[in-house]
Write a new protein. Structure first.
Length: 383
């Protein structure tokens, strides 16, 4: 039997920090993940914080893992204790899975991000079930159809949705791979449930996890978070430190001041642009919750540099008075404020994103339609 790998509170905080960087602008902020952690501590005084993290290969034969997440408008989620939402959705999915003859015993994060990474850890704290060292995207994504789970052929449904008082609904589609329809139904249900709901689905066995989605991602986030929090180097050099430690392929784009942010919120998404300059060059990040397109300002407009699924990431160098933000802290788009000094960088996405011929790119079409981008894939190597 494999030796247990127990995540303590400090290790979980490192994971939240690392996952916020690897969210690529989305997946929730460090503060949203810490709110979940602190709410659990408040409601369970004296309880030891310990989660058993296992490798996919250590899953018992014939068992399944599922991803559980919070879906909703960011403003509605602030300060909400999501533990009941998570537990209610997961318990409902267990019942549905049993009807399908599937033994659900493990948690995985649906994606990376400060909020998204902690959701399965919270569920493991509540249920005692282990969390598998993997995730469904290797980054954060805007919609169910942009998850790597979907791209590489894992079923989306059945999914279970529930709120804090255990109003609950299951979605079982004739085509379990119809993620776009599941996304639309889920968003509608979420709206009727007050713009916040727990969602659990994506039943996968260890073969699915090892072959189709990202493995080792929680451990990677922990190592990244530990460097972001404690590395003995100037704040401006943290991207270089991650590279020197062999954790990611990354490039520094710019260390400079945020000069403008434009955000519109509709349909449950934050759409907008973020501009940053180092005094010589200026860059623009286009996002739909997550960063989609990186551009460099030219004499006549903006030149396109890089698209998803590669990651455009940010961390704080100088908060310039912004509340709740400190130097070295990874940032989601919701955290960035005008006047803040940030490091903007790019990270090469996991190669499992490119296993399919065209699906991995086509799933982003609707997102690019929203920002008016009509070009093709621009990789990390283009920066």
């Amino acid at each position: 039997m494999a030796e247990k790998n127990i995540l303590t509170e400090q290790r979980m905080i490192d994971i939240i920090w690392g996952a916020t960087l690897m969210g690529g602008g989305g997946g929730g902020s460090i503060s949203s993940g810490m709110d979940l952690l602190n709410a659990y501590k408040r409601d369970h005084p004296g309880t030891e914080l310990a989660v058993n993290l296992i490798k996919p290969g250590d899953m018992a034969e014939g068992t399944y893992a599922a991803a559980t997440a919070g879906m909703g408008a960011p403003a509605a989620i602030v300060g909400v204790d999501f533990s009941k939402y998570a537990a209610n959705a997961f318990t409902l999915l267990q019942e549905v899975a049993a009807r399908y003859g599937k033994d659900l015993q493990y948690n995985i994060p649906v994606e990376l991000g400060g909020f998204s990474i902690f959701f399965p850890l919270l569920l493991s704290l509540i249920t005692g079930f282990p969390t598998v060292d993997a995730d469904g995207a290797g980054r954060a994504v805007p919609a169910l159809e942009t998850l790597l789970l979907h791209v590489n052929g894992c079923p989306t449904t059945p999914i279970a949705l529930a709120n804090g008082v255990n109003d609950k609904i299951t979605v079982e589609l004739a085509d379990p791979h119809n993620a776009p329809l599941a996304e639309k139904i889920g968003r509608d249900i979420c709206g009727e449930f007050g713009n916040m709901v727990g969602i659990s689905g994506w039943l996968v066995n260890k073969e699915d996890i090892e072959k189709r989605i990202i493995t080792g991602s929680i451990t990677l986030c922990e190592k990244i978070g530990a460097i972001m929090r404690r590395a003995n180097c100037p704040a401006e050099q943290l991207f270089e430190m991650l590279v020197s430690e062999g954790l990611v392929q990354a490039k520094v784009v710019c260390v400079g001041e945020v000069t403008d942010i434009r955000v519109e919120t509709h349909g449950g998404f934050d759409y907008g642009t973020l501009d940053v300059t180092d005094g010589t060059d200026s860059y623009r990040v286009n996002f739909q919750n997550e960063n989609l397109l990186l551009q460099k300002k030219t004499g006549t407009g903006y030149a396109d540099l890089m698209t998803v699924p590669d990651l455009t990431c940010m961390y704080c160098v100088d908060p310039a008075g912004a509340a709740g933000v400190e130097p070295r802290m990874p940032l989601s788009n919701a955290d960035v404020k005008k006047g803040m000094r940030i490091a903007l960088g790019v990270i090469k996405v996991d190669p499992k994103w490119f296993l399919t011929d065209g699906t991995w790119w086509n799933v982003w079409k609707e997102c690019f339609d929203h920002i008016g981008y009509t070009g093709g894939y621009l990789s990390y190597d283009n920066v």
